[in-house]
Design a protein around this ligand. Structure first.
Ligand code: 3PY
Ligand code: MG
Length: 256
């Protein structure tokens, strides 16, 4: 049985999903966070220190908690996106998708023909889903969520075109980079007024396209605001940030 046959359907029809965000180079951490009440776990290979082997090892640990694993690959590493689908990831977030060509290339590595050009070899995915190759092939494109990151002024300007690319299931906003771009390099402020109005615009365009929108939130409070705003997938803080916050709170209490 697929561990998660329809992450896209859940995003489209259910309440917002809250994801853990992991960048430490140790697969046990996403495996353990998957046991908490997160709906999904993201492994960040763009800014995290996780290498390919560690990220692949985390996927069955996350699946053992019946949660979907989503991987953010490094910029431009679309071939790596296919390899994570082969390993059983439920989705991939591709950073810095700034042109329609970027979006097309990303989609082509995420989806089998005729939609894309993904090559066959889903060894981990077959184990985790329990499907036979022919069964997996029939539904694989629907199992593999492709989220294109919109986090620059250029991407925002062509958001309709990115959303229109066949095989792109939705967008994922990087509010920090977006704030840098929208302020023309003057500040990094993921909650700036300019970002706030861009979020409303991006959500509206995503709804018109009938696709889904995810976003990164630095805290639980911010995640709640963004979920209420209408984002379908909201990731919260990071493994390192949660550890640091826990350490600060425990030490503050101990020294009180
Ligand atoms: C951003 O805010 O730019 C991100 O990519 C989230 O990590
Ligand atoms: Mg970013």
């Amino acid at each position: 049985m697929p561990s998660n046959p329809s992450l896209l359907d859940r995003l489209k029809t259910g309440s917002p999903l809250l994801a853990a965000w992991c960048g430490l180079p140790e697969p046990t951490i996403p495996g353990l966070l998957a046991r908490e009440a997160f709906d999904a776990v993201v492994i960040d290979m763009q800014h995290g220190a996780v290498d390919f082997a560690a990220a692949v090892r985390a996927i069955p640990l996350i699946a053992a908690a019946a949660k979907p694993a989503v991987i953010r690959v490094p910029v431009g590493e679309f071939a790596t996106a296919s390899r994570f689908l082969d390993a059983g990831a439920s989705g991939v977030i591709a950073p810095m998708i700034n042109t329609v060509e970027d979006a097309r290339r990303f989609a082509s590595f995420m989806k089998f023909p005729p939609l894309g050009e993904r090559s066959w070899g889903p060894h981990g995915a077959l184990s985790l889903t329990g499907l036979q190759p022919g069964e997996y092939f029939k539904i694989a494109n629907g199992l593999s969520l492709a989220l294109a990151m919109v986090e620059t002024r250029e991407a925002l300007d062509i958001i309709d075109d990115i959303l229109a690319v066949p095989g792109i299931d939705g967008i994922f906003i990087g509010p920090a980079d977006l704030s840098i771009g929208l302020s023309q390099g003057k500040e990094v402020n993921p909650a700036s007024a300019a970002v706030e109005s861009a979020l409303g615009y991006a959500l509206a365009r995503t709804r018109v396209a009938g696709k889904v929108a995810g976003i990164y939130a630095a805290s639980g409070e911010r995640a709640s605001e963004l979920a209420h705003k209408g984002f379908h997938l909201v990731s919260i803080a990071s493994d390192a940030a949660l550890m640091r916050a826990g350490a600060h709170a425990a030490l503050k209490a101990a020294r009180a």
